[in-house]
Design a protein around this ligand. Structure first.
Ligand SMILES: [Zn+2]
Length: 243
């Protein structure tokens, strides 16, 4: 589910559904052409590679070109080291490409034999949208109901971080976090809700500061059982008293 809210025009992104006209005859469902999964190349797996030092030089050269492109002089004092700084910052902000789930959770999965909901709320995350390479950031809430296996709590935050530090769309990021937990723990269910504000909507485009987008991914029990889902949603709504 995706909810986009804006305090400006208050227009929400609703999903396309059958439009029921005044009478009781439902109109033909809208049939719009579907574009292929945006994480692929016409349906094929994208051609990713682990970044190298040569790639860092490429980013530096590109930033120099960008500086020229915006009308700047890359030789002036204040900009001399900018290409190098931007390249290093980009490397950090996209460091999720060099991480793998296996290494990340290595030695942190335990057999506790419990089956109660585990929830980590308010995990800060910072990501870059793949359309503008501008930041989007917010809070993630991650829950699962174990099937014997549990993972160290900090690892849930690490998983959010690993997928955030890539070029993303919020919907895919949310789903990837949920599916990663599903893969490593095979729990009874996983729920992930992410609330974020996108700089590409705030600083440019529709220029709506204060707009935020909520995405959720529910797997297993959270998808099938309304009571479990509601318990989770209530728990993330409640404000803790110690802040
Ligand atoms: Zn964007």
């Amino acid at each position: 589910m995706t909810i986009a809210a804006s305090n400006g025009s208050n227009r929400t992104n609703s999903t396309l559904s059958n439009v029921v006209s005044g009478g009781d005859v439902a109109e033909e469902p809208l049939s719009l052409p579907l574009r292929p999964d945006r994480n692929t190349l016409n349906g094929r797996q994208p051609n990713l590679h682990p970044p190298t030092d040569t790639d860092l030089d490429k980013i530096e050269a590109a930033v120099r070109e960008m500086l020229l492109g915006v009308g700047e002089d890359p030789e002036r004092e204040g900009l001399l080291k900018t290409p190098k700084r931007v390249a290093e910052a980009m490397r950090f902000l996209t460091s999720g490409y060099s991480q793998s789930l296996e290494t990340l959770v290595n030695n942190a999965i335990f057999d506790e034999g419990i089956a109660e909901m585990v929830l980590v709320r308010d995990i800060d995350f910072f990501s870059l949208c793949e359309h503008h390479m501008l930041p989007f950031m917010g809070k993630a809430h991650v829950a699962y109901i174990p099937n014997q296996k549990v993972v160290g709590l900090s690892k849930l935050a690490r998983i959010v971080e690993m997928f955030s530090r890539r070029l993303q769309v919020q919907e895919r990021l949310t789903r990837q976090v949920a599916e990663a937990i599903q893969t490593i723990l095979e729990p009874q269910g996983v729920a992930v809700v992410m609330e974020a504000t996108h700089m590409c909507m705030v600083m440019r485009g529709v220029q709506k500061p204060g707009s935020w987008t909520v995405t959720s991914a529910m797997l297993g029990t959270f998808q099938d059982d309304q009571k479990t889902r509601e318990e989770f949603l209530n728990l993330i709504r409640h404000r803790p008293a110690f802040f």
